[in-house]
Write a protein that binds this ligand. Structure first.
Ligand code: 13P
Length: 250
């Protein structure tokens, strides 16, 4: 069986002291939670505080992006080695906000995924269509192109380590969640794509998270679907009680 993952993406929110305050509350609320993975992605400047706070808990710390080079003259960038050194285990790659505002292409996403794997970080690879694409019935085509681009040249061993996140852009931060059936349709398409590319074992083991206005109220309906293995949560991961409510899904 696939172990569910509940991941929080804090985006550009929280200082180090706000992160400490979050964890001191949140850790109490999930003390008895078992059999799931919990991951939180704070901004770079709060990583050290976050990693200190989650010592001796089940919570893992992720970054929200990284560059693919190891070091060098790349002003403003952070490398996979630095992220490992900061105590992180995961890296969100290809988030739609990176693609939309910072020009991350499928090719850049592919380089970042390969670099993460090379340095032992687990990529949380994000894909998803925007509203225009959905209304033009191009969802599956867009998903397929993003999967093809992002996963080019990965070995089976690499594929086995990746986490996927389907985040329809029109559902992010809008309060407009995909219905469980809408999400399941795309998740199934993604798993079928992985099955064709890498075979049954990898496809059946691949965790595919849903992201887009996930709340404690809608998590159970989403998790009841066969191919939804967890959630990547934005807004509702900023408050200890709402994120704990999601992590404690029935
Ligand atoms: P919201 O949960 O705020 O819609 O954000 C989703 C997201 O982008 C997580 O990466």
């Amino acid at each position: 069986m696939r172990t569910p993952i509940i991941a929080g993406n804090w985006k550009m929110n929280k200082t180090a002291s706000e992160a400490r305050a979050f964890f001191s509350e949140f850790i109490k609320l999930i003390k008895d939670v078992k059999d799931i993975e919990i991951i939180i992605a704070p901004p770079f400047t709060a990583l050290s505080a976050a990693n200190d706070a989650v010592k001796d808990t089940i919570i893992k710390i992720s970054v929200q992006d990284m560059f693919w080079e190891e070091k060098g003259a790349f002003t403003g960038e952070v490398s996979p080695i630095m992220i490992k050194d900061a105590g992180c285990s995961h890296c969100i790659i290809g988030h739609s906000e990176r693609r939309q505002y910072f020009g991350d292409t499928d090719e850049a996403v592919n380089k970042k995924i390969k670099a993460a794997l090379k340095f032992g970080l687990v990529p949380i690879f994000c894909i998803g269509e925007n509203l225009k694409e959905r209304e033009a019935h191009k969802t599956m085509k867009v998903i397929e192109t993003q999967l093809q681009g992002g996963l080019t040249g990965l070995s089976e061993n690499d594929m086995d380590k990746i986490i996927l996140a389907y985040e329809p852009v029109w559902a992010i931060g809008t309060g407009k969640t995909a219905t469980p059936a809408q999400a399941q349709e795309v998740h199934k398409f993604i798993r079928d794509y992985i099955r064709k590319k890498s075979g049954d074992k990898i496809a059946d083991g691949m965790r595919i998270l849903y992201g887009g206005s996930v709340t404690p109220e809608n998590i159970n309906g989403l998790m009841a679907e066969d191919d939804i293995d967890g959630a990547l949560v934005g807004g509702a991961s900023l408050k200890p009680d709402s994120f704990a409510g999601i992590a404690r899904f029935a």
